[in-house]
Design a protein around this ligand. Structure first.
Ligand code: GFB
Length: 318
């Protein structure tokens, strides 16, 4: 160990699992901006986190002080519903392998990233952390949610039995640089950016929005999530479970209209009712984290403007 402190410091050796994904790359960026230099990363070809032995050997030999666990199989409503076996298997394996190996190799402080879909489908709004396991899950993503709930329980159990300080954070729906723009496997916000951009390019009259447009979602720019994760790990407070969100939600119709306005697509919207709506609403209560002094900074409009320019830059590169 290079430090005995319970909070991050500049000599800390920090492993970011999943540093190429949207969340992991944002955490990596945030740590670099803050001046942390001893950052450890491995891409999938170098370390397969589904492999228990390789994961354990890696953490035993690297002797890192802190871990941000952002590696996960993620996707939008269609991918979650269609490939539920892959979602539950891969997420359970990654979490179990990394969290147990972290414990075995003496890592006292770790941050695990979950998801707001762990809460019951019809729970009161805004959703406080204590609503976990108080009702049935949304069927389109229950396999993924069960895996993420297992990750929360792993952290909680290692904290309780062994005195570790492992955080579980539950981000609301995220978007930003390095998002997945595939129309089948991605989430709504990148899908709408791509659809609006392509519809504008073709001169279409309308674009297709899945479902009724009535579900409400809270969207957070991923750099705000990364800021909250680093804030918690720097805080020195004991591990626990924290929702991370903005406190503001919009309907999918409002989201589509905002994206169309930013992209400059002037056509109409066709709602495809053959696609599922999913959870009607999942607005997180951020009171627990706000009470520590943290708040999200990026407005939805500002975040979409930044994300659209990242999308355009990516297209230029391709
Ligand atoms: O972002 P999304 O796929 O995930 O869909 P969830 C949010 C809402 O947007 C749903 C609608 O009501 C979709 O029907 N929607 C409209 C679209 N047009 C589109 C489109 O073109 N693409 C997509 N993808 N949606 C996921 C969970 O749920 O959220 C995961 O499945 C995870 O487990 C993630 O929790 C954050 O918010 O419904």
């Amino acid at each position: 160990m290079t430090t005995t402190s319970n909070a991050l410091d500049y000599s800390s050796k920090i492993y970011i699992a999943g540093h190429r994904g949207m969340v992991g790359s944002a955490i990596h960026r945030r740590l670099q901006q803050a001046g942390y230099t001893n950052l450890v990363t491995r891409h999938r070809a170098e370390l397969d986190l589904l492999d228990q032995k390789k994961t354990a050997d890696f953490l035993a030999s690297e002797k890192v002080d802190f871990i941000f666990l952002a590696a996960a199989k993620t996707g939008g409503i269609y991918a979650n519903d269609t490939y539920s076996a892959d979602f539950i298997y891969e997420n359970l394996m990654i979490e179990t392998n990394v969290i147990h190996a972290a414990f075995s190799s003496g890592v006292k402080r770790l941050l695990f990233t979950g998801s707001s879909c762990i809460y019951p489908r019809d729970c009161p709004q805004p959703i406080v952390e204590d609503y976990l396991l108080t009702g049935p899950l949304e069927p389109t993503n229950s396999a993924y949610a069960i895996a993420k709930i297992a990750g929360i329980k792993l952290c909680e159990s290692y904290n309780k039995q062994y005195g570790m300080s492992y955080f579980s954070v539950m981000p609301t729906n995220l978007y930003g640089p390095n998002d997945n723009y595939d129309l089948n496997s991605g989430h709504v916000l990148p899908a709408l950016i791509r659809k609006a951009h392509e519809a504008k390019g073709r001169g279409d009259d309308s674009l297709v929005v899945w479902g009724s447009g009535r579900p409400m979602r809270e969207f957070m720019y991923v750099d705000d999530l990364a800021d909250a994760c680093v804030f918690l790990m720097e805080s020195g407070i004991a591990g626990g479970m924290y929702n991370i969100g903005t406190g503001v939600d919009v309907t999918i119709r409002e989201l589509a209209e905002t994206v169309m306005d930013i992209v400059g697509f002037k056509g109409g919207i066709i709602f495809d009712s053959s696609k599922p709506d999913g959870t009607p609403r999942k607005l997180l209560s951020v009171d627990r984290l706000n009470a520590l002094g943290w708040r999200a900074r990026t407005s939805l409009r500002e975040g979409i403007v930044k994300t659209y320019s990242d999308f355009l830059a990516g297209r230029d590169t391709v």
